[in-house]
Each structure stands twice: as C-alpha cells, then as structure tokens.
Design a protein around this ligand. Structure first.
Ligand code: 13P
Length: 255
C-alpha cells in the first residue's frame, strides 16, 4: 500500500479558543468550503463546545473531536472527562498527548498510553501526538525520542485497534511559533514513526497508518508538506481557526 491508498486526515485543533456560539458560527462558515474534500476533515474543539460543534456539523463531512480525555471509566477525578462521555455525545476523535498537555499538565508517555487505550476501547479514534523539543533536536535525538514516544503510546494496543490510531508528528519548536519543519524534516520523522509501527505491527499495518504533521502548518506551506510521501495529513492549530485558511489546507490534502 502506498500513500495514495492511505486516508489523509486534516484535523483542526482549536485549543482553548471559541465559545459554543462562536463554534457554531465558524463551523457554519467552514461547511460549504470543505464540502467537496477528498480527505478526512476533523475539528477538535474544547469540551464545552462539543454539543454545538456536533449540532453544526450534522449532515456534513466534518467530524468532531475532543482535545483530551481521562483514562479511567469514571470515578473521583474532579474536572475530568471520560471516553464514554465523549462517545455518547457523538464525538469520534480525541487528541492524546499534545505537547501542551505534556508541558503544562504533566502528561507523560505512560498516561498518553493509558489515555490512548481508553479512547480505543471506547470505539473512538485517537490522534496521538509525538515530537521533540528544540533542545532534543539539537542533541540529535529526534528519531530515538519520537520512536520511544510512539512505542510507549502504543504499548498493549491490539493490532485490530490500530486502524483507529492516527499519529501526529508535532515538533514542539514548530508549534505556534511560525517556524515550520521543512518538508524533508517532516517526512523524515514521519518515516521514523512508520518504521517504529512496522517493527511493532508489521509492514502492512504501518503502511496503512495515517501519520500527520503539525506545527505552523498554514495555507501557504500545506501543499509542500502534504506532498511528502510519509505525510498523510495535518494537525492544524492557528490556521484551523480561519475558515478560508483551513479550507485551503483541506484542498491541498484532497487527492
Ligand atoms: P499551530 O498550527 O498553531 O502551530 O499549532 C499546531 C498544533 O499544536 C496542532 O495541534
């Protein structure tokens, strides 16, 4: 299987932006612009915006995702949200292990693994984020680090659930900085991720895996990044808050 046969997915990560009414308005604006997309289109919105997002996206090709979820089914975890809660709402995707959660909220490779498994066990698709800091890139450990993060995230994930895993390579130094990885850098690390998955699940599973790039992807640079053989889509922050820019990226991924 080659890239042409893999599912390209463009996912917006709205982070902590937009109220429910703003969410509905932005999705209404986006719907006609992405209606003819030949790739998966996902918007990952704040928890409280999920009902508004699901309602606005109903009947369209836009799928809705959350930005995190807890790994326990229920219990005394004040402020947390379970995978079952998201599932019942109609959410289909959950971002796991975003670098902002690793940096600001104590997320570790181990909790990324637990959350990934909770998401998959609930029947949802996990968008698992991996990526190195600038220091780690300068230390020359990017490939090792990303392989390690990938391996731990997938620990005890059964092969039959792998089709509901997307891995997003997001170099921390490229997130929200305007500094994008070059197309060659993105492709090189995405290939490392695919090789790691191949070592765990075999070549066919790895070839079928959607591996996204994220980090200052925008309307201007998306086409070159998405053209790379191992870049199967994008996880888009800032540019996913602008309907026209997001639609341009979706068009670049459509083939
Ligand atoms: P930016 O596109 O704003 O750099 O954010 C990328 C990101 O973190 C997506 O998850």
């Amino acid at each position: 299987m080659n890239k042409a046969k893999r599912a390209a997915v463009i996912a917006g990560n709205w982070k902590m932006n937009k109220t429910p009414s703003e969410t509905a308005a932005l999705i209404e604006e986006m719907k006609p612009l992405v209606a003819d997309a030949d790739c998966g289109v996902v918007l990952c919105v704040p928890f409280v915006d999920l009902p508004a997002a699901l309602d606005a996206a109903k009947g369209s090709n836009i799928k809705i995702g959350a930005q995190n979820c807890h790994f326990k089914e229920s219990g005394a975890y004040t402020g947390e949200i379970s995978a079952a809660m998201l599932c019942e709402l109609g959410v289909e995707y959950v971002i796991i292990g975003h670098s902002e959660r690793r940096t600001y909220f104590g997320e570790t490779d181990e909790t990324v693994n637990l959350r990934t498994r909770a998401v998959l066990d609930a029947g949802l698709t996990a968008i698992v984020c991996v990526g190195e800091s600038l220091t780690q890139r300068e230390q020359g450990v990017t490939a090792e680090l990303v392989a390690l993060q990938t391996k731990i995230a997938l620990r005890d994930v059964p092969a039959e659930q792998l089709s509901r895993v997307i891995i997003a390579y997001e170099p921390v130094w490229a997130i929200g900085t305007g500094k994008t990885a070059t197309a060659a850098q993105a492709n090189e690390v995405n290939a490392v991720i695919r090789a790691t998955v191949a070592s765990l699940y075999g070549d066919a599973a790895a070839e079928a895996l959607t591996v996204q790039y994220g980090g200052s992807m925008n309307a201007g640079n998306a086409a070159e990044l998405l053209d790379q053989p191992d870049v199967d889509g994008g996880l888009i922050g800032g540019a996913s808050l602008k309907a026209a820019d997001f639609a341009t990226i979706v068009r670049a991924a459509s083939r």
